[in-house]
Write a protein that binds this ligand. Structure first.
Ligand SMILES: C[S@@+](CC[C@H](N)C(=O)[O-])C[C@H]1O[C@@H](n2cnc3c(N)ncnc32)[C@H](O)[C@@H]1O
Length: 471
């Protein structure tokens, strides 16, 4: 096999932000170059690392001009850790670029006319906004190249932190993270010190050995915490000692769990999470709706912005109280329950059964009597018989995963002809694709991007579609 040829690409002007946190620009010849670590407005020489059809991927070689939109990243792990890749861009510029990602998707991909394009809803809290983080143990931590090159003594040993971007084996040891309230740092660092002191083994994903695998920390806005430890094999003596020590050290942790994961992957959705001590749920509210969030519950990870997102959904829906509403991809029913008291009835569909159990529990918890939930794939559940049973929807809310809706679901939506659709998406590209298909019967009345994840390339968008009346 030949060696990959690197190439110096002079004078690249960066014009936009692209997928996976990279910036994109062109050189003097108009060639497209994706650059790690640059921001729009930078002019620089790039070291091209990989040539693909018609473009290069590279890293900065020498900056010629810095963008006025640059800022110093707050996090000391910036550039190494896989998260928060936009931290070197001012928040104002982040919002501008996210807005552009959404409008570009509608103009260039969907090629549909949009009635009103609202300003992006930025976050007030741009750090410490997450209510859940998962850290991974490793006995072979990843070390940046510049540290290896510097000749200093390197500690490759046990670490606890986040994966590098795009990797499921390279863990960056984290000392401080700004995504969750600071307890996250105290708890994570304590667990690591405890494990080292007690000579517990850290996981090695290549050899598939090592006792400690992950910790998951959930928190609510009242400052209560849930602690979940994932280990490779059941050893009650060790687990009890560790969890008791954590329980004693942190008064704010009021729910402790553990999970044995002997699998090759880190997902715990198909595993039993066992209760060790304290409460079984963290309680959180969105608007005036209460949610009990368990160790495996899917819950919007930015509670503050979720509330604003849901308010936008309610505003776009413009309820008169008589609507029959379908909420597709409902998760634990959070949108459905948020809108329930504004409409006649709401029917939620979600494929994860445990989430539907949570939805039903939260329905009861809130004394809501006009919401029903079904577990299964939307593609299979949303049929003519289903619509006959529940009545045709006056409003259909859909919030699919990043992949967007299955083509059969789009076809069903066209058949159902709900007068209004509120389409919520975390991926403007697939949202634009689906809306292009819906264009046959629907026009886009308005859109509003919402920033749920500051410092990342992710953006949420709410679109209101209205059924075209015969013209
Ligand atoms: C973006 S989340 C939205 C959750 C919820 N609407 C909320 O605001 O919290 C997408 C949800 O769709 C569910 N899902 C993914 N594919 C599905 C499918 N084919 N049928 C039903 N639900 C699906 C996922 O489990 C997840 O809960």
């Amino acid at each position: 096999m030949g060696r990959r040829r690197k190439k110096s690409i002079p004078n690249v002007v960066i014009t936009g932000m692209a997928d996976k946190g990279k910036a994109v620009g062109r050189d003097d010849e108009g060639m497209v170059v994706f650059v790690e670590g640059a921001v729009p407005g930078d002019r620089l020489d790039v070291l091209g690392l990989r040539k693909k059809k018609g473009f290069w991927n590279g890293v900065p070689e020498k900056f010629i001009e810095y963008s006025p939109d640059r800022t110093d990243p707050r996090c000391k792990h910036f550039g190494n850790c896989g998260g928060c890749k936009w931290q070197n861009l001012t928040y104002e510029a982040q919002l501008r670029h996210k807005h552009k990602i959404v409008t570009d998707a509608f103009q260039r991909l969907a090629k549909v006319e949009v009635g009103e394009t609202h300003d992006i809803l930025g976050a007030e809290k741009v750090f410490n906004y997450r209510n859940k983080l998962t850290y991974s143990f490793t006995n072979l931590r990843w070390v940046p190249q510049e540290v290896l090159d510097s000749g200093v003594e390197v500690d490759f040993s046990n670490g606890l932190g986040f994966f590098r971007a795009g990797s499921f084996s390279k863990v960056v040891n984290i000392e401080q993270c700004h995504l969750q309230e600071d307890e996250t740092n105290r708890i994570r660092n304590y667990v690591k010190e405890y494990a080292l002191k007690n000579e517990l083994t850290f996981h090695n994903p290549f050899k598939h050995e090592g006792f400690l695998r992950n910790i998951i920390l959930r928190s609510n806005r009242k400052g209560e915490w849930m602690f979940i430890i994932v280990i490779y094999e059941e050893n009650m003596e060790v687990i009890s000692d560790l969890l008791e020590s954590i329980d004693n050290e942190f008064q704010e942790i009021n729910s402790c769990w553990y999970c044995v994961n002997p699998k090759m992957n880190d997902s715990i959705h198909d595993l039993e999470v066992k209760h060790f001590s304290g409460e079984r749920y963290l309680s959180e509210s969105l608007g005036d709706v209460q949610f009990n969030v368990g160790p495996k519950s899917f819950f919007q990870t930015n509670t503050f912005q979720a509330e604003r997102l849901y308010e936008s959904i309610r505003e776009f829906a413009d309820f008169d109280g008589h609507e029959n509403v379908y909420d597709l991809y409902t998760g634990l029913g959070s949108i459905a329950l948020f809108v329930a008291k504004h409409c006649k009835q709401v029917v939620g569909i979600e494929e994860i059964e445990a989430a539907i159990e949570d939805a039903k529990m939260n329905t009861q918890l809130n004394g809501i009597d006009n919401a029903v939930f079904y577990a299964g794939d939307v593609k299979n559940i949303l049929t003519d018989e289903f619509a006959n049973k529940h009545g045709k929807p006056d409003l259909l809310i859909t919030d699919p995963p990043r992949a967007g809706m299955h083509e059969d679901v789009v076809k069903m939506l066209l058949k159902l002809e709900a007068p209004k659709i509120v389409y919520v998406s975390c991926n403007p590209a697939t949202q634009a694709r689906d809306i292009k298909l819906l264009d046959e019967k629907y026009r886009v009345k308005k859109i509003r991007p919402v920033d749920m994840f500051p410092h990342t390339n992710h953006v949420e968008n709410v679109a209101l579609l209205e059924l075209k009346l015969d013209e």
